[in-house]
Each structure stands twice: as C-alpha cells, then as structure tokens.
Design a protein around this ligand. Structure first.
Ligand SMILES: Cc1ncc(COP(=O)(O)O)c(C=O)c1O
Length: 380
C-alpha cells in the first residue's frame, strides 16, 4: 500500500494503539471520582497535560483536551466571540480556512458578527500587512490557519503575532492542525493566544485534540455540563485517548528532528516528476509545507484518478477529506482566483515521515500510466 493521504488522517503508530488499550483497561475510572482509582486516573491525566505542555513549550494550565480539530476551532472561535461580543463584533480570518473555521464564521455572521475574509495571493498566502489593514476598533479576534490543508501554503503566523502585540485586546487563534510536527512554530514566540491541534494528523487516534489557551484568557464554553477542563470543555475526559495523543505527539516530534528535510526532498522529487505530465499545473507554492502537494490535471476528473490509483493500492485525495464528497470546485482554490477547470481538477498528495522514495517512484509511474491511458480513451 502507498498511503499518500496523510492530511486526511495518518496511520496510528502501533505504540499509540497499545497505549490506548493499556490505559483503557487499567485506568478506566473517572478522573473526577474521589476514590483511589479515580485519583490514579486523575494523576495520569495531570501527567499527560504536563507532558503535552512541555513538548509544546507552554504551561500545563494552558492545555485543554478536546475531541479534535473541529471542536478546537469551534471552541476557540465561538468561545472568544461570545465571550468578547460586548467589546466588539468584528473578526478577521482568511478564505483559506478549513471548513470547521469557515462554517463557524458563517454561523457567527448569522448571529450579527462582521467577518473579514482575507483573500490570499496566487501562492495561497495572505500577508501580515493585509491583516493589520483589516483591523478596526471593533476587532476582537484574528483566526488563521498555519498550513493550508488543501494547498500546503504557509501563512505568516509569526509576523501576524508580532503585529498583534501592538493590539493586546485582539485574540490571536491559529489552526495548527496541519502544521504540527511538520512546520516548526513556537506558540509563545509567535504570541499566539489560542492554538488548535488534532491527534489523528500526527499518528494519534481520531477524536482527540488539544486547544492551547493562553493563561488568563476566558472562553465561553460550547457545552453545558461539569467542571472538567476548568469548565471550558465539560464532559468526562477521554483518558486513554489523551494519553495516546501524548505518546503520538512525543513520537512524531522525535521523528521530525531529522525527517523534515527528507520529507521536503521527497515531495519536491514528486513535484518535479508530476509537473512533467502533460496537462498538470502545480497549485501549491514553491515554499509550501514539506508534506502537502496539490496539483491539477486539467480536464480530467480528479475522483476518477483517485479511484484508478486506489485500484493500484495508492491512496490520495481530491481536496480536504471533509469536502471531498462534493464535486464542486474547491472553495479554497477558487479563492486564489484559479479557473473553475483548475479548481475542479485538483489532486492532493500528502506525505508522512514514514513514506519512502520507492513509494514515490511507484506513485509517479502509476499516475503517468493512468493519465496516458485516460487520454487515449478520451481520444477514441
Ligand atoms: C487545518 C485543519 N483544521 C481542522 C481540521 C479538523 O480536525 P478534526 O478532523 O480533528 O476534526 C482539519 C482536518 O482535516 C484540518 O486539516
């Protein structure tokens, strides 16, 4: 199998599954229970929180466990908007965002908030200057994706954080779901107030994530319920998921140290080979994240290519996993000003640290064969 769909989800590390199963079996008690079994579970939860905090170089009290990226983004965005709405109702974001951000913004717009969607350039990037120009006295939140899940383009998070230091009342949220472990980012140095990550994008399990919340910041919770996660995120904690997320984060960061460069080499090799195919246009910019490559094969249905590759045991995506079942042109690619043909024929290849050159060679050869066969069929 050649699995090149790591931005949709990654293959969980076997050690992560073992950790999940050990914790689910041995630490089944509710961390809120007062008896010794509950205390043990609570200690393990505290330990996991400290571990995640130390990996991300933040404080343990700033780590809030969630069910993943969708919840993290919703909690960050709606939680801030509802908490600060008396101060102002203007939010700045980009047209590149994942649907969990995009749709949360649309909901807030219906509730009377005014949203500025910044348009990226042809490289899929907005500038920090665009953000500063959009700020008004009513602005309460800037929410930005770090690495575009469709294009792999990187947004100027550090520069935006530096600008927002001049506006201490504006909350800065970063969706770091695709960037974590692949594109280094210091939460503290970039002056980020809220940061979303999701375990299944770094070989953890689905249904687990972290929202970093800068100390002192208050959010209006999405759910009503108990006092877990300081009331920001009520509900009995998924301890086995949380501990396995911690394991995955440690393992993925350990690999990142010496694999980021080879990941970029591998995707650059694929990029070069694929660009030679007649009808291919690259959609990802040259300075993209090392693991995501997006290209269009003009006038060919991407879903047909995805299926043809799958028949040869190769797995890639058309656009983001959440929207891949609608065959409309990609919202993100269209927002860059790409034609309908280009925005409707995109293929996304997304790698992990474990992919190899042999897999890349097989992928390129197979793709070339499929495209040339399809061209012949069309001509007949
Ligand atoms: C950039 C980005 N943000 C948020 C999410 C949502 O994460 P989850 O699948 O954990 O809900 C995704 C998932 O694809 C993503 O790519």
């Amino acid at each position: 199998m050649v699995y090149f769909d790591n931005s949709a989800t990654t293959i969980p590390y076997p050690e992560v599954i073992d950790t999940f199963s050990t914790v689910a079996r041995s630490y089944f008690a509710n961390p809120s229970s007062l008896h010794p079994l509950g205390k043990e579970a609570e200690q393990l939860l505290n330990h996991a929180r400290k571990k995640v905090a130390s990996i991300l170089a933040v404080e343990a009290k700033e780590i809030f466990f969630t069910s993943g990226g969708t919840e993290g983004n919703n909690l960050a965005i709606k939680g801030t908007a509802r908490q600060l709405q008396k101060r102002g109702k203007h939010i700045i974001t980009t047209s590149l965002e994942h649907s969990s951000t995009h749709d949360a913004m649309a909901e807030l717009e219906n509730d009377g908030f005014s949203i500025t969607y910044l348009t990226p350039d042809m490289n899929g990037q907005v500038s920090a200057e665009q953000i500063e120009n959009a700020i008004t006295s009513e602005t309460i939140l800037v929410s930005m994706i770090h690495v575009s899940n469709e294009l792999g383009s990187k947004q100027p998070v550090e520069e935006t954080g530096a600008i927002l230091r001049k506006y201490p009342k504006i909350v800065f949220h970063v969706d770091h779901v695709q960037g974590i472990t692949k594109v280094p980012l210091s939460i503290k140095d970039a002056s980020i107030d809220l940061c979303t990550i999701s375990a299944h994008k770094f070989h953890g399990l689905k249904g687990n994530g972290v929202l970093y919340v800068r100390q002192g910041l208050k959010l209006s919770p999405l759910f009503s319920g108990g006092q877990q996660e300081k009331g920001f995120r009520p509900g009995t904690e998924n301890l086995a998921g949380i501990v396995s997320l911690t394991k995955a984060l440690r393992m993925a960061f350990d690999k990142a140290d010496d694999k980021i460069a080879s990941l970029k080499d591998l995707s650059t090799w694929i990029e070069r080979e694929v660009s030679e195919i007649d009808g291919v246009v690259m959609n990802s910019p040259l300075n993209r994240a090392p693991h995501i490559l997006n290209f269009s094969i003009l006038h060919m249905k991407p879903e047909v290519i995805v299926q043809a590759l799958a028949e040869r045991d190769i797995y890639v995506s058309t656009k983001s996993a959440c929207s891949s079942k609608n065959f409309e042109p990609s919202r993100v690619l269209s927002s860059l000003g790409f034609s309908e043909t280009r925005a409707s024929s995109a293929i996304r290849v997304s790698l992990s640290f474990d992919n190899t050159k042999d897999e890349a060679i097989y992928f390129v050869k197979t793709l070339k064969d499929i495209v040339s066969t399809m061209k012949k069929v069309v001509k007949v």
